[in-house]
Write a protein that binds this ligand. Structure first.
Ligand SMILES: NC(=O)c1ccc[n+]([C@@H]2O[C@H](COP(=O)([O-])OP(=O)(O)OC[C@H]3O[C@@H](n4cnc5c(N)ncnc54)[C@H](OP(=O)(O)O)[C@@H]3O)[C@@H](O)[C@H]2O)c1
Length: 245
């Protein structure tokens, strides 16, 4: 693997598990120094150890992204960041009639407000340095209706919309902003979904769930110089749509 991200610093939110951890490892594999973000210190210590073994610099920065003051403090502690991956996200599925205010609000806070505040705080530095890449982790739920995925899908659709706006706002300064829409992926967050989730996996064209590393490879590509003319787009890593009939 080429070290095309050497001498760059990447902040990956939610890097203590699942897609975020796989992404942090993929970016480190391409030579990036990595800031691992999350909340769980034990999980973080394991990821930090794995990344250290790849010979790059790594540190853990904890923050609860549902709290805006913690988000801005995280951005301050992160310092100069060349690659920002807005990966941390929550998904608590419930039909609209069963969704309470707290569930609605925390989805907006973690999945939309936190990426917004991080971009607001970190993109100006990228603009000043004339380079940077931001990758937002979206979901097939942004565009495909699912029973119970209303609020979650809406937050991901918002993130895709922001991706296009940020690409236009920061593109002229050499900062690229893209999204990767992940399909159903085996992670800590989905481990309790059981057979219903396996069945979602069988419903995509590839007829299986994704491994986090498969999503991470798409994210690392979007963050890398190999995607130097890709801006404001959503890369679909959802396993393909099945044909009907
Ligand atoms: N898995 C899928 O099937 C799938 C499909 C499409 C899109 N996605 C998207 O991919 C992203 C990652 O999903 P995943 O399945 O890998 O998730 P996961 O296994 O549940 O891991 C979530 C990560 O986000 C962090 N996190 C969650 N809430 C947080 C908060 N309030 N403050 C700070 N950190 C927080 C967790 O940190 P701690 O554990 O350290 O607290 C953890 O590192 C999400 O944006 C999700 O919407 C996932």
């Amino acid at each position: 693997m080429s070290k095309d991200l050497a001498r760059q610093t990447a902040l990956v939110t939610g890097a203590t598990a699942g897609i975020g951890r796989a992404t942090a490892l993929a970016l480190a594999g391409r030579g990036a120094d990595v800031i691992v973000h999350g909340r769980d210190r034990e999980r973080a210590a394991r990821v930090v150890q794995q990344i250290e073994a790849l010979g790059v610099r790594v540190r853990f920065e904890p923050a609860d992204l549902s709290d805006p003051t913690e988000v801005t403090a995280l951005a301050e502690r992160a310092g100069d960041v060349d690659v920002l991956v807005n990966n941390a996200g929550i998904f608590r599925f419930a039909r609209t009639s069963d969704t309470d205010l707290a569930t609605f609000d925390v989805h907006i806070a973690v999945n939309v407000r936190a990426p917004y505040l991080l971009v607001q705080a970190l993109a100006p530095g990228m603009v000043e340095r004339g380079r940077g890449a931001i990758v937002n982790i979206s979901s097939g739920a942004a565009t495909t209706p699912g029973a119970g995925s209303g609020v979650y899908g809406a937050t991901k659709a918002a993130l895709e919309s922001l991706t296009r706006v940020w690409a236009a706002e920061f593109g002229p300064s050499g900062v690229r902003v893209n999204a990767v829409a992940a399909g159903p992926t085996r992670t800590e967050g989905t481990s309790g979904f059981g057979e219903a989730f396996e069945s979602v996996g069988r419903s995509v064209a590839l007829q299986r769930l994704a491994d986090p590393e498969e999503i991470a490879a798409a994210v690392a590509f979007m963050a890398s110089p190999q995607a130097s003319y890709v801006n404001g787009t959503v890369l679909s890593a959802v396993g393909g749509l099945p044909a009907h009939g």
